[in-house]
Design a binder for this molecule. Structure first.
Ligand code: AMP
Ligand code: GLY
Length: 423
């Protein structure tokens, strides 16, 4: 079969790597992809938001399955457009992707269906938000309602910071129209865990847990990024936590979406905070996490095509999604200066070292091909992943593999997976 993947990051490289393992697949296309994805797929120069071109391309090439990896096209309704053209597609429709696309929607859903999350209020008017801040407790969390590249969340320690935050989000529109509406939320403490899941509208099967490292610098300092590294499984996601989430969060979310007439098919990503009062939902995403996919998918035993098809056909209850009994760690190699400003175009050396090694992966995020050489082309450049029998072994191997790769201005965190030592 012919598969089209929409997106261009490390997540899409991880998806493409799993798809390429399926004996059912003859040909993979990726729109727009990147230089690493180009090693296993044919990249086509169509942007992820160019819906008409994507549909026309999929029709012309008679694509059997399209997988939409990124949030923007999902929230914008690419799945609906592909389905209208009679094309089989993995991912939620627009009316379900709102679970990620609007924080106000997701908070109201959790409140209505009694799914544990932080207390909150929603505001359309900055004056009302400012009045609310007068009587709030601090710290407090401000969230732009819409998609903001994972950056529309401000944690404010004082009233003054929060007032400045309301101005940034709602008046100066720092995150664009995403800030027309804002959620003000109770500040929670605890460990964060990412749990991704496959959903077919009715049935949900969670993937192995993971933990991201969102801040740019060691010790969780510096600015929020798209993610500087991950490990899977999370030792903090215990059987007891799982039991609670299965009863109070996962199936309830799927059932709530169905009850609202917004049947969800695809991946639901639960961003959880393990608070002293139990697990609560920080956020939902409607797609694989990046770089969570880079540690979760290499450990999945199933043919990913079978899982995608079961989600589309509503037959996920007839299969079991299984994971290897091991661990994986991904260390992101970034361009120094990310997430603010950085240079691009430096040649990347050492990538051959990954060839023929089953337990090492080098997922490309921001790379391009120039005169036959891989060059840096983004803030996050590569995701170096290693599998090991234990988290510690995987971490050691991943850090060793980061030394194989060289490029100017290479930057990484040196404490990815440090939390493992506290487990
Ligand atoms: P989000 O995009 O909603 O995941 O938020 C980004 C990050 O902000 C999360 O990964 C948390 O570290 C932090 N965060 C979001 N909401 C809260 C909250 N209510 N309490 C504490 N931290 C939060
Ligand atoms: N790693 C967090 C995300 O994909 O949103």
């Amino acid at each position: 079969m012919k598969v089209l993947i929409v997106g261009s990051g490390g997540r899409e490289h991880a998806i493409a790597t799993s798809v390429a393992k399926s004996p059912k697949v003859d040909k993979i296309y990726c729109a727009p992809g990147n230089a690493g994805i180009g090693q296993i797929a044919e990249c086509v120069p169509i942007g992820a938001m160019e819906f008409d071109k994507i549909v026309a391309f999929a029709k012309e090439k008679e694509i059997d399955l399209t997988v939409v990896g990124m949030d923007d096209p999902l929230v914008g309704g690419l799945v609906d457009e592909l389905e209208k053209a009679g094309l089989r597609t993995f991912g939620p429709r627009k009316n379900a992707a709102i679970l990620e696309g609007s924080k106000a929607f997701s908070k109201d859903l959790m409140k209505k269906y009694n799914i544990p999350t932080a207390a909150y209020e929603t505001f359309d008017d900055p004056k009302e938000a400012l009045a609310y801040l007068e009587t709030s407790e601090y710290p407090i969390v401000l969230k732009a309602d819409g998609l903001a590249l994972g950056k529309g969340v401000l944690i404010c320690n004082t009233k003054e910071e929060a007032i400045a935050g309301v101005k940034e989000i709602m008046e100066d529109k720092k995150f664009g129209t995403a800030g027309n509406r804002m959620v003000v939320e109770e500040f929670m403490t605890g460990r964060e865990v990412s749990v991704l899941s496959f959903v077919d509208g009715n049935t949900i099967q969670i993937m192995s847990s993971a933990q991201d490292h969102k801040r740019a610098k060691d010790g969780d300092q510096g600015l929020n990024t798209g993610g500087m590294g991950t490990f899977s499984p999370s030792p903090f996601y215990t059987a007891e936590v799982d039991d609670f989430c299965q009863k109070n969060i996962f199936q309830k979310t799927v059932d709530a979406m169905k009850a609202e007439g917004r049947e969800f098919k695809g991946v639901i990503f639960f961003g959880l905070m393990l608070t002293p009062k139990g697990p609560k939902v920080l956020e939902y995403n409607a797609r694989f996490g990046d770089p969570e996919a880079q540690v979760v998918l290499p450990r999945m035993k199933n043919d990913i095509i079978d899982v995608f098809e079961a989600c589309i056909d509503g037959t996920l209850d007839q299969m079991k999604v299984e994971y290897e009994d091991n661990a994986a760690v991904c260390v992101v190699l970034a361009s120094d200066g990310y997430p603010v400003s950085y240079e691009k175009g430096f040649p990347i050396g050492g990538l051959d070292a990954f060839d023929g090694k089953d337990d090492y992966f080098c997922f490309h995020a921001g790379t391009a091909m120039k005169d036959g050489t891989f060059v840096t082309n983004g803030g996050r450049v590569l995701g170096v992943t290693a599998k090991g029998d234990t988290l510690k072994e995987a971490r050691e191997k991943a850090y060793k593999a980061t030394e194989w790769v060289s490029f100017d201005n290479k930057y990484m965190r040196n404490d990815i997976g440090k939390a493992i030592d506290e487990a």
